[in-house]
Design a protein around this ligand. Structure first.
Ligand SMILES: CC(C)(COP(=O)(O)OP(=O)(O)OC[C@H]1O[C@@H](n2cnc3c(N)ncnc32)[C@H](O)[C@@H]1OP(=O)(O)O)[C@@H](O)C(=O)NCCC(=O)NCCS
Length: 436
């Protein structure tokens, strides 16, 4: 099975694995320090491969395993007056622009840039197709800064050719709640690649984040950079086998026919959890309490207040879906789950143009087993016409994925922190953070 990860590059199911049969555990599933060191040695034999990232306050490969370095910020904040007040210089033909995502016209420009130039899988079969509503939702949470939505235009034509964003988020690392930015949607037009524009964009968004007195950031990428705090993997649960096979996302397993495959992935028609219903506005306080409590289990996780829960989890058609479990006697909310909608354009296929994918987002298990909640999420996603349901091996996902007939992707999703050192590499199950 082939699929894309949420942030960069894309995944293809390990061809040695037949997802339609018993799944073999992936040896890279819980990367550790050895794996990271090995990756470093493989990818960086001369120690000089990250000209930009080596200059940044991020964990450096050379410091891997050095336990004398303190955990926490790598550099201390500087007085705001010492933060560069002017934007970084762009090559002469280009200019900075702030993208007002509330404007339909600008949102559409961003949408078109990303639709044509954002993340593709390694075989260029699929490209993420974040919808306009999704982009607006993802970029305008409570307290967002419009000038962290940064575009680059061609001066003469005003065409938007590059984009990078930040949004504010509070992330707890062990016992410390740190105000951070989540940096995402870095995209340079295909015709402008490999000209070192990305480092300028990263420096510019960092400068604007510093101007708000924020000194840390979290980001994910499909590329291996100095130095991941954890390495995760996407898993894919086929909902529409015929289409996934037709478009090259999956392949028919050995000794499998189409009808056996369809039967294998068939789901019950209705959900099994009593009291399961769509989340409503009135649920926000209870869901916030449950989620704050649940996310405490993880070493790195966001802390959401009610406004953020309302923004991130209240259902929005074609953007985000959330379901709560309400106890029928007490009316108390006991559990919940959510997933977001991120289609991909299917490139060069005559029969299909879009792959409709659901991505597991936040959940809380309390009275109901995660296995059952996730199975109900699959049933709902199937009912709502999704072709595939994707989940990372973060939080408590890993043990249930195989039983629910998820198959592993073949790429990695690396999580990074900017200007924050962790003493050890985390396991995906120690992470309670899902980025878009
Ligand atoms: C990612 C992208 C913007 C990089 O631009 P580029 O033109 O390929 O690269 P540039 O020459 O401008 O810059 C290269 C530098 O950016 C870094 N870089 C590349 N991709 C990066 C990423 N996703 N996150 C952070 N840094 C990245 C490189 O490591 C390199 O720095 P280094 O020398 O320290 O290693 C571009 O390839 C793109 O738009 N790709 C499609 C969308 C995408 O994958 N976005 C990233 C989502 S996480």
């Amino acid at each position: 099975m082939v699929d894309k990860d949420s942030s960069s590059g894309s995944n293809k199911e390990n061809p040695d694995q037949d997802s339609s049969e018993t799944l073999i555990p992936n040896s890279k599933n819980t990367p550790d320090l050895d794996y990271i060191v090995q990756k470093f040695q493989d990818s960086n034999p001369y120690g000089q491969q990250h000209k930009f990232w080596e200059t940044q306050p991020v964990g450096q490969f050379k410091d891997l395993g050095n336990s004398t370095l303190p955990e926490g910020p790598i550099e201390q904040p500087t007085p705001l007056s010492e933060v560069k007040q002017e934007p970084y210089n762009l090559p002469n033909l280009y200019e900075w622009t702030v993208c007002d995502m509330k404007s339909d016209e600008v949102c559409n420009e961003v949408y078109i840039l990303l639709t044509n130039n954002y993340v593709e899988d390694d075989d260029n079969l699929f490209r993420f197709n974040y919808s306009k509503e999704f982009l607006r939702w993802g970029l305008t949470p409570p307290g967002y800064f419009q000038n962290w939505h940064i575009g680059v235009r061609v001066k003469s034509s005003k065409k938007l050719v590059a984009f990078i964003t930040g949004i504010p988020v509070k992330i707890r690392v062990r016992n410390e709640v740190v105000q951070m930015a989540e940096v995402n949607f870095l995209c340079v037009h295909k015709k402008l690649r490999s000209k070192r524009l990305a480092p300028v964009m990263i420096k510019e968004v960092t400068r604007r984040i510093h101007l708000e007195n924020i000194w840390q950031a979290a980001y994910t990428a499909g590329v291996f950079l100095p130095t991941p705090v954890t390495t995760c993997q996407y898993w894919h649960r086929t909902l529409n086998p015929k289409k996934l096979i037709d478009v090259g996302f999956s392949r028919l397993g050995e000794r499998m026919t189409m009808s056996r495959t369809i039967k294998l992935y068939k789901l019950p028609n209705s959900t099994s959890t009593r009291g399961l219903r769509k989340m409503e506005l009135r649920d926000v306080p209870q869901v916030t309490r449950l989620l704050r409590n649940y996310l405490n289990r993880f070493i790195v996780a966001p802390t959401f207040d009610e406004d953020e829960v309302e923004h991130w989890l209240l259902p929005q058609e074609n953007v985000v879906d959330s379901y709560v479990v309400e106890c029928e006697e007490t009316r108390e909310i006991t559990d919940f789950f959510s997933f977001y909608t991120l289609p991909s354009t299917i490139l060069n296929n005559q029969n299909h143009s879009t792959l409709k994918a659901a991505y597991s987002f936040y959940y809380v298990t309390n009275r109901v087993q995660l296995m059952q909640l996730m199975q109900d999420a699959l049933i709902i996603a199937k009912r709502d016409d999704f072709d595939v349901f994707n989940a990372l091996d973060v939080m408590e996902n890993e043990p249930i994925l195989k039983d629910l007939k998820f198959g592993p992707g073949d790429g990695q999703l690396y999580y990074y922190l900017y200007n924050y050192r962790l003493n050890n590499v985390l396991k995906p199950s120690e992470l309670g953070l899902v980025l878009l």
